[in-house]
Ligand binder design. Structure first.
Ligand code: UD1
Length: 421
């Protein structure tokens, strides 16, 4: 195992390039199961999660070639309908092979993914949607078994207690592309990654309308064909670098290959605090006032403030004088980073589903433990902003979602290195 060692407090400057979106790449890779023809996907970040999905596709019978951020997915014989626990349990994103396998093969056996540190994370909305398309669903020894000779279009409502679900919308939309008749999904997730997936499916010959909004209509077709498609850049990675620039008070970091279109909730919160975020031709600039104001946020499904930037925003507020309330309406238990940030001198307490942040003057380097992907990114920002040395243990979480993070930060002048534990 490796740890990340960061010497904080250095001035950072230069350009950092954002990679392709992880959360687009995972369902889009799964969608390649809907055709026997080759699919070429460009701008795919090389991460532990995309490598895991490539491995899963290989175990299902596809040949996958992953070179220079381009994936070629080709058939090499019949595809298996069984997605094993070994792989699905390591990454929830792999549960979205359920819809494509069922639609293409008429049967799918996919391991239930289980929970993770950010919450229980049920899959009831995935199953409700798939059952709504006429599939018979049973659970056997931790596996979902779904069967249907040909799925049938239906009018479905996919809102849940916590709002819409990104991967449930993705799963059901993929399944509906090959169903008989028209499917309408109400309370569909509006996340840009769902829109990206829909555009990928359309490039394969699917008939989809309304993607990017809360009602998606899919008219089933008999067959989908191969395609070449470039996925969007990663808005969460871009937002992480924006927050890194803001928290480390560096006005000379330029974020390349990114767009603010998908980050308006973050831009608005930062503006209220006194940080101007602007965009010019694919580059993002961040300029902070000397004195920042505390800003409270609540996370919501898109276009609300993203839960995947909540921990990183908390680090910024931990350094702004005054009191901030942070509430996560998407994952109410996603607060494991509080204890680690407090070890670095932050003053944050949890009250029910709120985190109350009392801004401190400085954070101080300390040994800390990464718990999940975005919490780890928050610790990196805290480490760069802090005085002294921070050691982040269990840093493998970061490799799940941030491509070349250490080298990108080194290029900005950060003192950051990996060491063996
Ligand atoms: C995706 C993202 C993840 C992000 C999350 C919310 C990928 C690979 N991951 O995860 O980075 O944090 O969206 O933006 O795209 N829920 C149910 N029943 C379900 C499904 C979800 O109650 O069947 C709940 C969840 O527990 C959560 C909320 O709905 O409280 C939203 O989860 P969801 O949008 O499904 O997250 P994922 O798609 O798994």
């Amino acid at each position: 195992m490796e740890k990340l060692v960061i010497e904080g407090g250095r001035r950072l400057k230069g350009e950092v390039e954002v990679s392709g979106s992880k959360n687009s790449a995972l369902p889009i890779m799964a969608a390649a199961l809907l055709t026997d023809e080759p699919c070429v996907i460009e701008n795919v970040p090389k991460l532990r999660d995309t490598l895991t999905m490539a491995k899963l596709l290989r175990t299902l019978g596809k040949a996958v070639d992953f070179e220079n951020n381009t994936l070629k997915i080709v058939s090499r014989g019949p595809v298996s309908h069984v997605a094993e626990y070994k792989l699905v349990s390591t990454m929830r994103g792999s549960f979205c092979v359920l819809g494509p396998l069922l639609a293409k093969l008429g049967i799918a056996k996919v391991s239930l993914p289980g929970g993770c540190v950010i919450g229980v994370r049920p899959v009831d909305l995935h199953l409700k949607g798939i059952a709504g398309l006429g599939a018979r669903i049973t659970i056997d020894a931790g596996y979902i078994i779904a069967k249907s000779k040909r799925l049938k279009g239906n009018h479905l409502y996919l809102g849940g207690v916590f709002g819409s679900s990104v991967l449930a919308t993705a799963n059901v939309m993929m399944a509906a592309t090959l169903a008989q008749g028209v499917t309408t999904i109400d309370s569909a997730a509006c996340e840009p990654e769902v829109e990206d997936l829909a555009n990928f499916l359309i490039s394969m010959g699917a008939k989809i309308k309304g993607h990017g909004g809360p009602q998606i209509t899919i008219t089933g077709v008999k067959k989908l064909h191969g395609t070449t498609y470039r996925i969007i850049s990663d808005r969460i990675e871009a937002g992480t670098y924006v927050l890194l620039a803001a928290a480390t008070k560096n006005n000379n970091i330029v974020i390349k290959n990114a767009s603010l279109t998908h980050l308006m909730a973050l831009v608005d919160a930062l503006q209220q605090s006194g940080i101007r975020v602007t965009q010019d031709q694919g580059k993002i600039y961040v300029k902070s006032n000397q004195t920042l104001k505390p800003v409270s946020i609540t996370t919501h499904p898109y276009p609300g403030f993203p839960t995947d930037l909540q921990a990183q925003f908390m680090v910024l507020m931990a350094l702004v004088p005054g009191v901030t309330v942070i509430n996560d309406k998407v994952y109410p238990d996603r607060f494991i980073h509080i204890a680690e940030l407090n070890r670095m001198g932050a003053n944050i307490r949890r009250e029910g589903t709120n985190a109350i942040v009392q801004g401190a003057k400085h954070l101080f380097g300390a040994p800390v433990m990464a718990s999940d992907l975005r919490a780890s990114a928050a610790l990196v920002i805290a480490g760069l902003a802090a005085k002294g040395t921070t050691e982040i243990h269990r840093m493998y979480h970061l490799d799940r979602g941030y491509e070349d993070l250490d080298s990108k930060l080194q290029a900005l002048g950060a003192r950051i290195r990996r060491e063996k534990e």
